[in-house]
Design a protein around this ligand. Structure first.
Ligand SMILES: Nc1nc2c(c(=O)[nH]1)N[C@H]1C(S)=C(S)[C@@H](COP(=O)(O)OP(=O)(O)OC[C@H]3O[C@@H](n4cnc5c(=O)[nH]c(N)nc54)[C@H](O)[C@@H]3O)O[C@H]1N2
Ligand SMILES: Nc1nc2c(c(=O)[nH]1)N[C@H]1C(S)=C(S)[C@@H](COP(=O)(O)OP(=O)(O)OC[C@H]3O[C@@H](n4cnc5c(=O)[nH]c(N)nc54)[C@H](O)[C@@H]3O)O[C@H]1N2
Ligand code: SF4
Ligand SMILES: [Mo]
Length: 761
């Protein structure tokens, strides 16, 4: 092993903790990992998973050559030049035969790699395509839609300073999802002055540390939260003065909340009224309330309504734009990750018509086609159906609901191209597979940092050279743009020459052209090919960041300067970009102030509480209808629990798991008794869509009536002896496309109706 520690980040979940890595003598194996104290936000923190990233880096099924599918379904290796030409021609042929916009782009980055995907933005326009989607459209689009309508940006709880931490449908102890999650959960839980509240049917590791664990029945969060808000309104404990000053459209809502039958709603959610009161008491004593929500509600019935109500919690208590409360985030993209697009409403609070999908007319939020709609946009004879897909850094055949429908859809497409590091379930169905260099073999970054008032950015440097045969995405996309003949030879030579004279000269040459329609459309490509080659440290892949830095310097110059970057106009953008290039452990890019203008992004500078569609939904809660209840399937399966050794499908080798049993289905012993299944026995799990064999694991932390399986299982992996056994349950063979949110189409994976059958020995 070499003695040197190299700064990078863990890519196993979306907080991307800074880490230091040591390599072996070959320079290709990541042998040792520790937290990076220089990282401005994670400050040395990691969870148990970071130590295992070599299983990602050196998976046995890494791809090392472009592949083309033969007629018999097997693949042959082809060289890069052939691959690029044929892939580009395939998309061009679709465009010419069926008209533009028949290609759907899917993915563009997983938990920690968004730099490569930024260059894909240049490929779509070259073949007349504009539709895209990714995993956010199966979890966060309901939230994003509400963010746009109510706040104008995406928000984040200030868990550093809060008095009350409210965690709804999330288990940060295992899933993190916020910086230094375990430290926060432990400290808030222990501190007698602070209150940790967890809404989760299961007594999770986080719930175990909570002051108040509300073990509500699955899918009933909207009733529980309505009861809490109802109690606050009915006892005059909302922040009326704050609302008068900062909010619009709350009158109808307050009337509705005044009418909520609190006891009845609590009872329906299975929550003792004393607990509703305890939560209401905690929330009314302070405006330092940090809120976090996640899949437990975003992948359950009423998910969009629940996100709406969660936002109301911090608005009705005035816990917004204040220290210890909830902030709108800033970031390298200006904070637009989940702002819901324009999010405009008419005078009655209903959405002004926005973009829709071409076949079924499903709502497109944040520019993303709902994942559950994708098969329906393909499996039809509608003339505008998608005919091709470009899939990058995602494994939708595994991760999207209803695998068999998605498989049918992939088969119906005429041209499918997958860019990945490994031979995934999705790649196995592609016409062409293009091998990418791994996240530790190229410059990489995530666009997720969700901090305020200080926001950081971490451009990670490669730990090693690309695996032979692979290319970074920036190069793959650039070659595709070139194969499609977008620019004439020499057309960009002046920009390239300017770049050789430094960032100032480049800015002087580039900025006057940036609004030129062609340059603007293909900006990531142009930056990569003109600025990229001149960048220090070989950081060509980072060129697209220059555009984002210039944008930030224009939009939030005071914040950039407050973070320590100097200059005005383009010089400020350049200083920021240079700082990013020169900071291998990450750097603070923006520094705002609590309550400043970035927190008030709607046109009138206020937050809006009136969302017509949600108001109508809210009015229906009195019917107590929980979709999907049935006697045939009495159990509620959480199909995809984050455990200590799960990481979506980033790591495919099951040997990475130290403690997780990939087939273990947790169940309360009382339920197990009802179904006659013994601890550790094999049982058959049945849903309306499929069945699977599981191993029963008694767990009295489960709420009766609920069962749970780990996420990211069911993959095949070469065993080194010629076979490719499958490990664990392939969850989406059990889920149904139809079970989804009526507004944004997000699936109900945490609420899958199921039953268990004994398997005779
Ligand atoms: N270890 C690990 N960490 C990860 C990931 C991973 O694969 N592994 N993936 C990352 C990704 S992509 C994401 S999106 C996040 C997801 O992070 P989380 O959302 O925290 O993960 P889950 O375990 O899917 O679900 C959260 C909780 O929802 C609860 N739940 C189920 N039904 C309900 C309900 O009706 N109401 C409420 N209130 N709760 C309910 C479950 O019991 C569970 O504890 O994790 C990230 N972090
Ligand atoms: N039933 C059920 N389904 C779920 C969930 C659930 O809880 N239950 N969770 C959902 C959630 S929240 C999410 S976010 C999705 C995640 O699902 P996806 O978005 O499909 O993401 P991953 O499974 O993480 O797949 C990431 C892919 O990127 C590849 N990759 C890694 N590094 C690179 C790289 O540098 N370049 C390229 N080109 N490729 C790379 C990996 O090999 C892998 O194939 O799953 C969803 N699916
Ligand atoms: S919280 Fe754990 S899995 Fe997530 S980035 Fe940090 S070390 Fe990796
Ligand atoms: Mo996710």
């Amino acid at each position: 092993m070499t003695d040197e520690w190299h700064a990078t980040a863990c890519n196993l979940c979306y907080v991307n903790c800074g880490i230091l890595a040591k390599l072996d003598e070959t320079g290709r194996v990541i042998e040792k990992i520790k937290g990076d104290r220089e990282h401005p936000v994670s400050r040395g923190y990691t969870c148990n998973k970071a130590a295992r990233i070599n299983f990602y880096q050196n998976g046995r099924d890494r791809l090392t050559s472009p592949l083309r599918r033969r007629d018999d379904g097997t693949f042959e290796e082809i060289d890069w030049d052939t691959a690029i030409v044929e892939v580009a021609q395939g998309f061009r042929a679709i465009q010419e035969q069926y008209g533009g916009d028949k290609m759907l782009y899917y993915g563009g980055g997983g938990q920690g790699n968004h730099l490569g995907g930024s260059y894909a933005r240049s490929v779509g326009p070259a073949v007349g395509a504009s539709y895209s989607s990714n995993a956010l459209a199966q979890e966060k689009t309901g939230l994003a839609w509400m963010n746009g309508r109510m706040l104008g940006g995406s928000w984040h709880g200030d868990f550093d300073h809060c008095d009350v931490a409210l965690i709804i449908g999330k288990n940060p102890w295992q899933s993190n999802g916020m910086q230094r999650a375990r430290i926060h959960m432990r400290d808030i839980g222990r501190d007698p002055e602070r209150t940790l509240i967890v809404l989760d049917p299961r007594r999770t590791e986080t719930a175990e540390r909570a002051d108040i664990h509300v073990a509500l029945k699955p899918g009933t969060d909207v009733w529980c939260i309505s009861a809490i808000l109802g109690r606050l309104v009915q006892t005059d404990r909302i922040a009326t003065d704050w609302l008068d000053e900062h909010a619009t459209g709350y009158e109808r809502l307050i009337e509705q909340l005044a009418e909520v039958p609190v006891e009845e709603y609590a009872a329906f959610a299975g929550v003792p009224i004393e607990q509703i009161d305890a939560v209401a008491d905690a929330l009314s004593g302070t405006n330092r309330i940090a809120v976090a929500e996640d899949l437990g509600i975003e992948m359950s019935p009423h998910s969009t309504l629940c996100s709406y109500l969660n936002i109301l919690i911090f608005l009705l208590t005035g816990a917004y734009g204040v220290e210890g409360g909830v902030y709108l985030v800033t970031g390298i993209t200006g904070g637009f990750i989940l702002d819901g697009g324009a999010g405009t409403s008419d005078d009655d609070g209903y959405e002004v018509a926005g973009p829709r999908t071409p076949v079924t007319g499903a709502r497109i939020v944040q520019g993303l086609v709902p994942c559950n709609s994708i098969p329906e946009e393909i499996l039809t004879d509608h003339p505008d159906r998608f005919r091709a897909m470009l899939i990058e850094s995602a494994n939708p055949l595994h991760s999207l609901a209803d695998t068999s429908r998605f498989r049918e859809a992939m088969e119906a497409l005429e041209h499918v191209v997958v860019i990945d590091v490994a031979m995934t379930e999705t790649a196995k169905m592609a016409d062409y597979v293009l091998p990418a260099s791994s996240q530790y073999e190229k410059f990489e970054a995530t666009f997720f940092p969700m901090e305020f008032p200080e926001n950081f950015f971490h451009l990670r440097r490669p730990l090693m050279d690309p695996l032979p045969g692979t290319l970074p995405e920036a190069e793959i996309h650039a070659r595709l743009v070139e194969a499609l003949g977008v620019f004439e030879p020499g057309e960009l030579d002046d920009l390239k020459a300017a770049a050789e004279n430094g960032l100032d000269a480049y800015a002087a040459a580039m900025l006057p052209k940036i609004m030129d329609a062609k340059i603007n459309t293909y900006l990531p490509y142009v930056l990569y090919r003109t600025l990229g080659p001149s960048l220090p440290h070989g950081a060509a892949d980072a060129a697209s960041l220059w555009g984002l830095c210039q944008h930030l310097a224009m939009k939030l110059p005071d914040h950039v300067r407050a973070a320590g970057h100097e200059g005005d106009g383009p010089a400020l953008g350049n200083a920021l970009f240079q700082a990013i290039l020169d900071s291998p452990s990450g750097v603070i890019i923006l520094k705002g102030e609590v309550g400043d203008a970035t927190q008030w992004r709607r046109p009138d500078g206020k937050v809006n509480l009136m969302v017509g569609e949600m108001s109508d939904e809210f009015a229906k809660l009195g019917d107590f209808e929980l979709p999907g209840s049935s006697d045939e399937f009495p159990l509620v399966l959480a199909a995809g629990e984050r455990r200590s050794y799960t990481a979506n499908t980033i790591i495919r080798d099951p040997a990475w798991m130290k403690s997780n049993n990939p087939v273990s289905l947790t169940i309360h012993p009382v339920d197990a008794g009802k179904f006659g299944v013994a601890d550790a026995s094999i049982a058959r799990l049945v849903t309306k869509r499929g069945e699977a064999l599981v191993q029963v694991e008694f767990d009295d932390r489960m709420l009766e009536g609920t069962i749970s399986l780990p996420n990211g299982q069911g993959m095949t992996y070469p065993d080194g002896m010629g076979a490719e056994p499958r490990t664990g349950v392939y969850l989406n063979e059990l889920t149904d496309l139809e079970d989804r949110d009526p507004f944004v189409g997000t699936p109900w994976h945490k609420h899958v109706r199921a039953r268990l059958e004994r398997v005779s020995a």
